[in-house]
Structure formats: C-alpha cells, structure tokens
Ligand binder design. Structure first.
Ligand SMILES: Nc1ncnc2c1ncn2[C@@H]1O[C@H](COP(=O)(O)OP(=O)(O)O)[C@@H](O)[C@H]1O
Ligand SMILES: [Mg+2]
Length: 157
C-alpha cells in the first residue's frame, strides 16, 4: 500500500479512533521509526538515531504540524511573538530582529489575527486567546516556515 501527496493538494485521512491516524502523522514528522519508504520532496528521514543529521534538519523545516489540542501545544510562558517566531530563530538565524518581527506579524495577519483586533498582540500570552484563536496562532507558527507539508491532526475538533 502507498500514498502520494502532490504539491498544493490536500489529503484527508479518515478512520475510527485508534486506527492509526496520529501514528501516521508522527511518522511523517520524523517522530516515530517506521519500516518502508517515506520521502518528502525527494528527501527521506534518517531514522531513528540521527535525529539531528543535516538531512533531518532540512526536513524538519519542510514538515510542520498543528496538533489537536491548542491548550497543551502552545507554551503558556511564551509570548505570541516568541511562539510564532520560534522556528525562524532556528531556521532563519541570519535574518534581522526587525525582519523576523515583520514575518511574525504577516503570518498572524494571514490567520486573521491583527493589532487592530488585539492591541499589543505580539506581547500577549496564549491564555489571553480563545481555543480557536490559539489554533490560529499554532497555524501561523507552522506556516511561517513555508513548509512543503503541513500535517493537521484533527486541528478543529
Ligand atoms: N504511545 C503509544 N504506545 C502504545 N500504543 C499506542 C501509543 N499511541 C497510540 N497507540 C496505539 O496505536 C493505535 C493507533 O493510535 P493513533 O494513531 O493515536 O490512532 P488515531 O489517531 O487514528 O485515533 C491505537 O491502538 C493506540 O492505542
Ligand atoms: Mg489521533
């Protein structure tokens, strides 16, 4: 059995509880060892021992995830700017502080969160937002790195 996900397309995986949807997502994210062949944009995860190999670093940027539970998936002690900009600090270290901030603001605007709606947006904490708004923050965090593959594990339960 195999599946192929083409660029720009959405693939829905449907199955009852315990059928393995989240397990598949974990494998796509390189978080679980698996047998068989799993390639993303022609690259394969080096699993499970070489978690920080150069190939895995590149893949980690290409594959982003939004989990089901927005309450446990956002660090309560980090500001919105820190949460959404976290990946940029790792993957775009050469970019200026101002440049990163502009990208964080653009990513938040893309998911419908703006200063007009939330004064001081960048300095706010997750508890100041509703569940749906937290999910938008999590989606902005995932999209800011322009991933090849975005994994959504029941993000709107
Ligand atoms: N950490 C784990 N250790 C052992 N078994 C697990 C673990 N996580 C999930 N499972 C089992 O793997 C199967 C698939 O689970 P999961 O991928 O979470 O299903 P789904 O997301 O489709 O509900 C289930 O039988 C579940 O009990
Ligand atoms: Mg699941």
């Amino acid at each position: 059995a195999y599946l192929v996900i083409h660029p720009g397309r959405t693939l829905g995986v449907v199955g009852e509880s315990g059928s393995g949807k989240s397990t598949l997502a974990q494998a796509l994210l390189g978080l679980l060892p698996f047998s068989g062949d799993l390639q993303i944009a022609g690259r394969a995860w080096e699993l499970p021992v070489q978690r920080n190999s150069a190939a895995n670093q590149a893949l980690r940027r290409s594959v982003q995830v939004v989990f089901q539970d927005p309450f446990s998936s956002l660090s309560p002690r980090l500001t919105v700017e820190e949460i959404v900009g976290e990946g940029l600090r790792v993957h775009a270290r050469q970019e200026s502080e101002a440049g990163r901030r502009a990208r964080v603001e653009a990513a938040l605007a893309d998911v419908g969160l703006t200063h007009a709606q939330f004064p001081g947006l960048l300095g706010r904490y997750p508890h100041e937002f509703s569940g749906g708004q937290r999910q938008r923050i999590a989606i902005a965090r995932a999209l800011i790195l322009e991933p090849r593959l975005l994994v959504l594990d029941e993000p709107t339960r």
